[in-house]
Design a protein around this ligand. Structure first.
Ligand code: XMP
Length: 319
């Protein structure tokens, strides 16, 4: 794609001009935006870039290894894998309010990022995967009183606090252009096509109190659901799909015994930008097969439901 190639060359030059020989830090989330940001900046300034991947213990099955390996081995980037799950999960003990979860995670995320930034001697610049829609949204939202539905988790406020300047090489791009740029930079297709994953991770897919045991059950069920979606060739038709583990246990029967285990909800939606969404109309066979696979393979779940709420009035995530 010649336009993306030209954009890439121009963006690389702009980053070199802005940064000079200073160091840049990037919080890598594994999402498309931060991944493309990191790949582009790496192309421009190589080892002047250090990425920090904060593992809060709220990631999907195998997520941390996949992201870190991809960047270290495939892209040859310098990545710090900050395994801080104990810190986050301890702080979240007993917390069941959704906003309290988000605030706890957001604050710790910044603390951890800051700690690792200091440990490597700091940096003058912070890289962020801000897109064009984020830019317009933050300057032109002037109609009526604004209502915060959910406090989104990002590294906002951090640059000022740490005295860092921002590098935002995706500021002029829309999501589909970011994906095209990612392909141009050699990120693998399966990586670029990944569904979005929220910063607070599995915390907001585990309504009520979060425990390690529930997270483990959730990871297994979620991996089966995503595997089913891939197997049936539906992954690219869906904007986001995941399992939420419900804070309720129900009675079931397995073999000749009674079970008393968690219920879970499958969630899958189509969307253009995440602002509105429709539930995905799976075939009943697909749903039945998925429920059977989850119940037969995940100890701790004995009931599977499908969430057929669109957005609005629902939100995509459960919290
Ligand atoms: P909701 O649940 O508000 O989600 O309909 C809309 C989109 O935003 C994602 N999401 C988040 N992403 N930090 C993020 O980076 C967050 O705190 C957060 N909360 C929701 C959600 O996964 C969906 O794509």
């Amino acid at each position: 794609d010649w336009t993306m190639q030209a954009y890439r060359d121009q963006a690389v030059q702009a980053i070199r001009d802005q940064v000079g020989d200073a160091r840049v830090l990037c919080a890598l989330s594994g999402g498309v935006d931060s991944s493309v940001t990191a790949a582009l900046i790496h192309e421009a300034i190589g080892d002047q870039l250090t990425c920090v991947f904060v593992d809060h213990g709220l990631l999907r099955k195998n997520e941390a290894q996949e992201v870190v390996e991809m960047f270290r081995d495939h892209m040859n980037l310098s990545v710090i894998h900050a395994d801080e799950s104990d810190l986050f999960l301890t702080a979240l003990e007993g917390v069941s309010d959704p906003e309290q979860k988000r605030k706890t995670i957001g604050k710790l995320f910044i603390d951890v990022f800051e700690k690792h930034a200091h440990a490597i001697g700091g940096a003058d610049f912070l890289a962020q995967g801000t897109l064009y829609p984020d830019v317009i949204e933050s300057v032109s939202f002037s109609g009526g009183p604004s209502v915060t539905i959910k406090s989104h988790h990002n590294v906002g406020g951090l640059p000022e606090k740490m005295g860092m300047k921002l590098v935002e090489p995706l500021r002029e791009l829309f999501k589909d252009e970011v994906r095209a740029l990612g392909r141009e930079l050699g990120l693998p297709a399966h990586f670029i096509g990944r569904h979005p994953f929220p910063g607070p991770g599995l915390a907001i897919r585990c309504p009520g109190e979060i425990t390690r045991a529930k997270l483990e059950i959730l990871r297994e069920a979620d991996a089966i659901f995503i595997d089913q979606i891939r197997k049936h060739g539906l992954y690219d038709e869906i904007w986001q799909a995941f399992v939420a583990i419900l804070p309720v246990r129900t009675v079931g029967v397995m073999g000749d015994g009674r079970t008393y285990d968690y219920a879970c909800a499958l969630r899958a939606v189509t969307s253009v930008d995440g602002m509105t969404a429709d539930y995905y109309p799976f075939a009943h066979d697909f749903l039945g097969e998925t429920a059977t696979r989850i119940i037969n393979n995940v100890r701790g779940i004995n009931r599977v439901t499908y969430d057929i709420t669109s957005k609005p009035p629902g939100t995509i995530e459960w919290e």
